[in-house]
Design a protein around this ligand. Sequence first.
Ligand code: GLV
Ligand code: MG
Length: 347
Amino acid sequence: MKTAADFFKPLAIGAPEPIRELPVALERTIHFLPPHIEKMRAKAGQIAKTVDVLLGNLEDAIPIEAKEAARSGFIEVAKAVDFGQTGLWTRVNALNSPWFLDDVTEIVAAAGNKLDVLMIPKVEGPWDIHFVDQLLALLEARHGVQKPILIHAILETAQGVKNVNEIAAASPRMHGMSLGPADLAASRGMKTTRVGGGHPFYGVLADSTEGGEKRAFYQQDLWHYTVARMVDACLSNGLRAFYGPFGDFQDDAACEAQFRNAFLQGCVGAWTLHPKQIEIAKRVFSPEIDEVLFAKRILEAMPDGSGAVMIDGKMQDDATWKQAKVIVDLAKLVATKDPERAAAYGF
Ligand code: GLV
Ligand code: MG
């Protein structure tokens, strides 16, 4: 375990100072772009205007014969596009893959000053973060990168979930985590072929009655436990938590329900793999208008956050003031990018 005195020291001579607090950023949608496809590269600048984060995907879903093309395609997009307020991330291949080393070295060399976040798949423990942390520091120093490139871990192995707190606390370079339900299901031996969402057989059966009426079956959220663990690990370390992919592009309602569960539990965004998921994510991860208006009333009624008041018959105190502040702070952040919602929130 590193001492507190050493935690914020740069890991290489000439590397930028590690950050002490995450930069404020709206990250409701992490939109996955397959950068080996020319048509998608051509659209990247346009797509970037409609999402909060554009991510060049180099890992799963990219065919093996297109891995190099995806890497060079991402570099091309990173250099060509002015991303403005939109974040630029990439998901590189796994640490043990034949592509990881070239992914990181080539991307930092060519676009290190434009890249905000490096997403690392299949993180198993803090040792994976330490390795990437050191490598990034060396590359940042070599290529004159001005601000640290942050690390985002995908939580998608049983061992990763077991070590989730240690992963979150591994480095000041940690940005956050995403739940990867597909790999995680496989790693845990869960019996589902779905990418996220519920399962019709996972639920509870209502008690039997003497009359022998048909018993109701209530479907449960398969991902509740993991999202909760991830949120606690992230938020207690000052990081952000995200839901990952939702694979059924035919079922928008189920996608929305999955995203909303994650939002209510503490996540700030989700991956969008299909263009129609962008509006779903923006809607779900922007606070509800009525919630914002009520939260504003709480803050106005208790300007210094202390004491107790009643609003519409509901008790408000220091704790509900803090809850209201979470919602109003998020609404203010959304308002910086979204004039329609800003007006509805009354900012
Ligand atoms: C994402 O990478 C997943 O495996 O779900
Ligand atoms: Mg995965």
